[in-house]
Every structure is written in C-alpha cells, then in structure tokens.
Design a protein around this ligand. Structure first.
Ligand SMILES: [Zn+2]
Length: 282
C-alpha cells in the first residue's frame, strides 16, 4: 500500500540517521524530543526534523512550514543556497468521515488515507534570521482527567484493546493476545486515573512493539527500556511527564549497566501507532 510505503521509507531513513549518531547526539536527540519544543509537529515529524538537523550539524530552533510561511508571516525568505535543503516531514492526509454511533447520533472521525512529503525550514536557513521575532514556545502543561477518561473510553470501544480494571497489588500488565482476539490490558482500579493512563500507554507500547509474542526474543531489560522510552515520548507530548522524570529513572533501573540502546525505529513506529489512538485517527 502506498501509504505505508511512505511511512516505512521515512522510518527507515530516520533509523539510518539515528544509527549514525554518536551516543552524545543520541542523548541530545531524545532530550530534545521530550522537551516539546516543536510541539506543533507530530512526534515522528519532530524526530525527522531533529535527526536531519543534527546530521547537518545544527539544532533546530524555530521551524516553519513552506517557504511562503516565512515570507507571509515573518517578511523573510529562505536563502537561495538553502532552498533545496528543506527539511522533510510527513504530512498526514486526513478526511472527516461522518458515521452514526450506537446512540443514533452523528459523529465525525478523522480517517487517515495516507501521507505525503512536505518541506519545512529552520530559521537559520533564512535571510536575516536575526530580524525575526522568535515565537514564544508554549509549554505543554498536561491534559485534564476528563480528557484522559475520554481518550481511555474511546480506546476501549474503538480499538483492538480491552481495558479491565482489577483489584490487585501491582500497577498493571498486558496479557498475551490469542489469535484474532483483543489484547487485554489490566489496570489497578485502586490507582488514580493519570497513573493508570501512564501504565496503559506503557503496556500498549509493549503490545505495539510486539513484546508479548512468541517470536520476540529480546531480554526483559531491553523490552522495558523500549516500552518505557516509547511511553516517555508519548506522555511528554501530552505534558504528562512529571518533574521527577520517573520514566527516566525507570529506564535507568532496567538499564543498570548502561549498555542497552533503545531500538529507535521500532519505538517511533510504536509512538506513531499510539498517537493515532490518542488523537482518535483510524
Ligand atoms: Zn513493562
């Protein structure tokens, strides 16, 4: 399918760029990714922007879509020499589909029909960048419990997972799915909804990374590093990473020898999938 090809190509390119990064660059990359500086772009696009900029030797500061954006909004233009050096991103092609829900009401959902490539430029690629007023970066400060509840309810009803609230000691876990059946994620009913949502994203990451299949032969530590890195990236975009950065210490606790590198391309595929659940895109 053409759609998947574009996404796959982008992920492959991202993966090869990331695999060439030094450890220092990789840490910088992940730190940037979690700071939501380019928050208006999807996480995959942020990753594409950061990796292309880092491989060209600069860090992105302010990114704008299309050359016309800079002319119209900031009365500047892309330098002639930089014109062919646009930064590639993937633009989703969405259309709004109306359907009748079980209550007989009309609802609108965004349906993803494919991706096309788009080009953006960093402020440093413009003429007289010093004249451009930097836009204040809006800090993501988290989403409300109501919104979290809404997202969780929608995940339950519209996607391939079943969420069960149980009375038990631990935080949560995912059960191995039988062929053709829904994946069951069990959460602790005693815990606050935000905690459960974080657990749900972590367990969903295990599922999207295919950790609970027989074919997966990664070590427990590697699985936890990858799942929690995925969850960390998703949650930081929603402003749900707390000050104490519990995910970072969780990753460290599994990566006690410091020799496990996250599998970045798989992680970004998983993040892209989970973002669809959160945004309600099918
Ligand atoms: Zn886990």
């Amino acid at each position: 399918m053409k759609n998947n090809n574009q996404l796959e190509k982008a992920l492959n390119k991202l993966n090869s760029q990331i695999s060439e990064m030094t450890e220092e660059q990789l840490i910088k990359f992940l730190t940037n990714m979690s700071s939501s500086r380019l928050g208006k772009y999807s996480l995959l696009n942020q990753a594409m922007i950061y990796s292309q900029c880092i491989s060209r030797g600069f860090e992105p500061t302010m990114i704008g879509a299309l050359k016309s954006f800079w002319i119209a909004k900031h009365k500047s233009r892309v330098k002639k020499s930089e014109f062919s050096k646009g930064i590639w991103i993937l633009c989703p092609k969405l259309y709004n589909k109306k359907f009748e829900n079980s209550d007989g009401n009309l609802e609108t959902v965004s349906v993803l029909t494919g991706f096309k490539y788009g080009r953006v430029y960093d402020i440093s690629q413009l003429e007289n960048p010093e004249n451009i007023k930097m836009e204040a970066q809006s800090k993501v400060t988290g989403i409300s419990e109501d919104k979290i509840k809404y997202i969780m309810d929608r995940m339950k009803s519209e996607y391939d997972i079943e969420i069960k609230h149980m009375d038990f000691e631990k935080g949560g876990h995912i059960e191995r799915a039988k062929q053709g059946e829904k994946q069951i994620i069990k959460l602790n009913s005693q815990l606050p909804i935000t905690t459960n949502f974080k657990t749900l994203i972590h367990e969903l990451a295990h599922s999207k990374l295919k950790h609970n299949t027989e074919e997966c032969n990664l070590s427990r530590g590697q699985k936890e590093v990858d799942a929690e890195t995925t969850a960390y990236l998703v949650l930081s975009q929603l402003g749900l990473v707390d000050e104490k950065e519990s995910s970072v210490s969780y990753i460290k606790s599994w990566n006690f020898e410091g020799n496990l590198k996250p599998n970045v391309s798989e992680i970004f595929s998983a993040v892209t999938e989970i973002e669809k659940y959160i945004k309600g895109v099918k």
